[in-house]
Design a protein around this ligand. Structure first.
Ligand code: GTP
Ligand code: SPV
Ligand code: MN
Length: 602
């Protein structure tokens, strides 16, 4: 061991973990992350020197950087993502599985010497609050300075976290990451090192994560999807709480009544936009608590309390602009942000499809010259901004409260051109669980693979449930059974993406979604009227406020329509979906499906 590899920690478990992997991966040096500004400067300078980062014009975006990935490394790789539970059955029918020993043998082969010529960064981090009753620690080791810089934005990390782990002699999630691109003696690095072979692997019983070959967000920032959803969902099952792919927002009415709303939409289906919504209806206010992940547990008062475990936004760039999401724009304009796979303009700014004022000339994410006449997109559809949550002007004060906020409503939603109305209400928790379990959405560019294909994405968690999805549904049902249902959130289903015959959106979306939120909270308070339909309760005529909106009551009816024929066509798909889970599917979900069938007269 050289002096450099001697761990600057009194936490034996952490020192052993780092030492063990350093011996396998053989980095040139080891850097223990402090999280301070000097470290950020060193990291970003190193990233500039390898060409990974281009510094943006400080007048426009201070302390901010542009990065373009290798075109083979642009999104989550669901077919390379594994849940390696001891028993195959515990991974369930929706996850890839391999026996843990077999996977470890395979990956140890890949990890052997994989950090040669590189620095191993050791990132002590905590998901959620450091001051929480039980801080949720992790140590990520990575050979990517890009990942290290991004982790500093997305998670609370650094020396203060390490010191707290030492004080508590805390358990932690071992998060192992390598881009899988060792450098031979004298070999020049590439701007975006990665490997054709990729594995994103979880060992749920050991609470361990092994990732190889990718530098992209969800594959490599291991505190995010891998820990805060896949591993945390297993912890949540064992301990009786929920780890969900949900935004959290605070809604204040003109009368000053506050409601907290959580919403699960699949990747690239509108969470960030709803979380930062600028209401178009007078007197209403939205503040943000989180845009992607919610950890929720029933408190002593019987209500469901939610915290956002993250520290930044990793948002979809295309479509983001001053009309759709002014609060995201203002957040990134303060600087301290990383933009990946967008276009770089000649004045050192970034641009993407949907942003105002297209530049006359730019460099596309592929490094090619681009003009507004170009046939190719300037930015990858899954290009992202990574920006500190604390810079968001409408961040709710409660964000810093380790207790979180009590949730009044849970929204499920997806991207469906047809069939699914703008909004409807579940009858009760079990029916709401049925709606979540059968959630369907068109696939997006957030994951590698075909785009626009309708698939079931239960609770928007299909790629993130760290165990058997049948057991996950039971867990949801049990949360309703074991608690006072009257105190739990009411469940709703929304669809901003329904189209008319010409392919246009039936609902204007974005800030206008505040009208739907208004109907939802008025339902909770017993003020707004609803109509029963076979699928649930939709707004009664006149109950959803379209005052001042360029939309007729008739057009609204088309957005709200429940067509029994379209829904009958869904039934065999839901049946087939449920059959996948065999005996693991809670029987009450079959009862719900039977009820739906009979209400549809099918
Ligand atoms: P992940 O970060 O991948 O989890 O995505 P997300 O769920 O946070 O989605 P996001 O809010 O970033 O939106 C994804 C895309 O949907 C963007 O291109 C948005 O412009 C678009 N979008 C969001 N809300 C609406 C809406 O109300 N109507 C329409 N038509 N598009 C929307
Ligand atoms: C998603 O795909 O749901 C994201 C982006 O939020 S990633 O962090 O890459 O998973
Ligand atoms: Mn997401």
């Amino acid at each position: 061991m050289t002096a450099e590899t001697q761990a600057p920690t009194t936490h034996r478990g952490i020192a052993d973990f780092v030492e063990k992997w350093a011996a396998i991966m053989q980095p040139d040096s080891i850097h223990w992350c402090t999280g301070d500004d000097q470290e950020w400067d060193e990291l970003t300078r190193a990233l500039e020197s390898t060409g990974t980062f281009t510094r943006l014009n400080p007048q426009l975006k201070p302390n901010s950087f542009y990065a373009a990935s290798d075109p083979i490394d642009v999104a989550r790789v669901e077919d390379r993502t594994y849940i390696c539970s001891v028993e195959e059955k515990d991974a369930g029918p929706t996850n890839n599985w391999m026996a843990p020993d077999e996977m470890k043998t395979l990956m140890n082969g890949l990890y052997e010497g994989c950090m040669k010529g590189r620095t191993m960064y050791v990132i002590p981090f905590v998901m959620g609050h450091l001051e929480s009753e039980r801080p949720m620690f992790g140590i990520e080791i990575t050979d990517s300075a890009y990942v290290t810089a991004s982790m500093r934005v997305m998670a609370r990390m650094g020396t203060n976290v390490l010191r707290r782990m030492e004080e508590l002699d805390a358990d932690f999630v071992e998060a192992v990451h390598s881009v899988g691109h060792p450098l031979a003696e004298g070999e020049k690095d590439v701007a975006w090192p990665c490997n054709d072979t990729k594995y994103i692997v979880h060992f749920p019983e050991e609470r361990g994560i092994w990732s190889f070959g990718s530098g992209y967000g969800g594959n490599a920032l291991l505190g995010k999807k891998c820990y805060a959803l896949r591993i945390a969902s297993v912890m949540a099952r064992d301990e009786g709480w929920l780890a969900e792919h949900m935004l959290i927002l605070k809604l204040t009415s003109p009368q000053g009544v506050v409601k907290y709303i959580a919403a699960a939409f699949p990747s690239a289906c509108g969470k960030t936009n709803l979380a930062m919504l600028e209401p178009t209806i007078p007197g209403w206010k939205v503040e943000t608590l989180g845009d992607d992940i919610a950890w929720m547990r029933v408190g002593e008062d019987g209500r469901l309390w939610a915290v956002n475990p993250e520290y930044g936004f990793f948002g979809v760039a295309p479509g983001t602009n001053y009309h759709t999401n002014p609060n995201a724009m203002k957040t990134i304009e303060k600087g301290n942000s990383v933009f990946t796979n967008v276009a770089l303009t000649e004045d050192g700014d970034v641009w993407w499809e949907g942003l105002e004022n297209p530049p006359a000339k730019a460099t596309s994410w592929k490094g090619e010259p681009w003009t507004p006449e170009s046939e190719e997109l300037s930015s990858h559809p899954n290009s992202r901004y990574c920006t500190p949550i604390k810079q968001c002007d409408i961040l709710a004060d409660e964000y810093d409260d380790p207790r979180g906020v009590p949730i009044d409503a849970i929204l499920f939603g997806g991207r469906r051109k047809t069939t699914v109305p703008l909004v409807f209400e579940a009858r009760d928790w079990t029916h709401g669980t049925f709606l979540g379990a059968t959630l369907s959405s068109e696939t997006t560019a957030a994951a590698v693979g075909a785009v626009g294909v309708v698939r079931r994405d239960p609770m928007a968690m299909l790629p993130f449930i760290g165990y058997n999805a049948g057991d996950y549904f039971s867990h949801w049902i049990n949360v309703g059974k074991d608690n006072d249902a009257a105190k739990l959130p009411k469940i709703f289903y929304v669809n901003w993406f329904r189209r008319d015959d010409e392919g246009g959106f039936l609902w204007p979306g974005f800030g206008e979604n505040s009208r739907v939120l208004k109907w939802i909270v008025e339902r909770i308070d017993g003020q707004a009227a609803a109509e029963e339909t076979p699928i649930g309760r939709v707004p009664a005529p006149g109950s959803l406020d379209i005052d001042g909106l360029d939309m007729t009551e008739d057009a609204l009816r088309s957005a709200l329509e429940v067509d029994p024929e379209e829904w009958k066509a869904e039934l065999p798909q839901i049946q087939e979906w449920f059959e996948k889970f065999g005996d693991d599917l809670p029987a009450v979900l079959w009862t719900e499906l039977d009820g739906l069938k009979s209400r549809l007269g099918a």
